[in-house]
Design a binder for this molecule. Sequence first.
Ligand code: HEM
Length: 408
Amino acid sequence: MTPVAVAGAARLMPAVAGAVFAAHMAELEAAPQTAAQEATPRTAAQGAVPAAAQEAALSPGQAIVPPIDQESVAAGEADATRTITAKIEQIVNAAHTGGERPVRRDAHAKGHGCVKAEFSVVPDLSSELRQGVFAEPYVFSAWIRFSNGNGTPHDDHTGDGRGMAIKLTCVAGPKILDDEMDATTQDFVMINYPVFFVRNAADYVTFTELSGAGKAGEFFKSRPHEADISNAITSRTVDQVLEQRYFSMTPYLLGRRYMKFSAAPVACGSGAAIKPSTAPAPVGDPDYLRNRLKAVLGEKDACFDFAVQLQTDSATMPVEDPTIEWHEGKAPFVKVASIRIPRQQFDSAAQQMFCENLSLTPWHALATQRPAGGINRIRKIVYQAVSKLRHELNGAPRAEPTGNETFE
Ligand code: HEM
């Protein structure tokens, strides 16, 4: 446990809860598989999860009361966030001074498509997992946007992170963004790599400044760990987006625990795991990722398992450093939902425009699933600012979808 986490835990937790947590941590250290055992599904005979279970999971007398105060806002983080936001807004404006439209996202600019999906929360989850949108078995109608990570659209053969951003619709309850409290959506934003390449806000400012001056190499020279991650993400091409595994990279709350989440491809029907494809990219066609998505979904459904990983050790699974992987051996992923992307056509001009005008952010969320850690705190401000800017410049209304949209 880091000194910050120890101090924070002691400050906020009642002594008894602290003792319970210490005992719990000792138990986890002695038996790292505990979390997996606790996640053993209830049997179907036990029936649907009662709504009161969510409250019970949050009550202070519960056996597992880990500190959810492992977040520490570094001095200067607010200034750093303002600097990053202003820089990104400047980049977006500068790229469109000639009136080029549409003004695209500053990151993940090239979308391969927004596809309709069903996100079915599985029954019989353990009480720890039955939080927020996972509280009850329920089939959410969802939109999923697949993308390349680059800030400008490139040939799909360019090495890059690939995004999978899920937007659940019909999510009841107040949301955490002040000006979107009434929104009925919750987003899960992922990339096909488990860790991010920047630790914190201060580093992100340095990275932005140096890369803006064409000197990103200088940032990485003194940060070999970050350099390895960045190289791993940006050197990868993929043969198609439906057989990749995607990760949140950054942590989130899940009730009184911290989690990361992931979507892994599975065979529809049998549910058998599909090993993420490492096949080389096909030759030719700069837009093969969209075209392959079109070809596959023109013929059949595609499926993913959506799973969460609960933090079991704050020292080796830090909340404030998304460059550190939470190893699955110590914190196994547990399936909480099935994703089905039904056979469909998705690339009409109207649907592409809808896709362009969506705003996906980790901060479209219920409080029980709030994003955590410094990189996520920056994203709260940046994503809203860039989304507002591009919608304004495009003359497009900013509105969350209902899930009932249809396109010609
Ligand atoms: C400080 C760090 C980061 C900054 C400044 C940043 C910035 C941005 C911006 C400006 C957008 C476009 C938002 C919009 O116009 O609606 C975006 C989209 C995106 N970001 Fe980040 N990002 C950061 C970290 C991350 C991380 C850690 C992930 C890991 C999952 C991520 C994944 C994505 C994805 C998948 C999209 C596309 C969402 C969509 O399909 O609309 N970003 N990011």
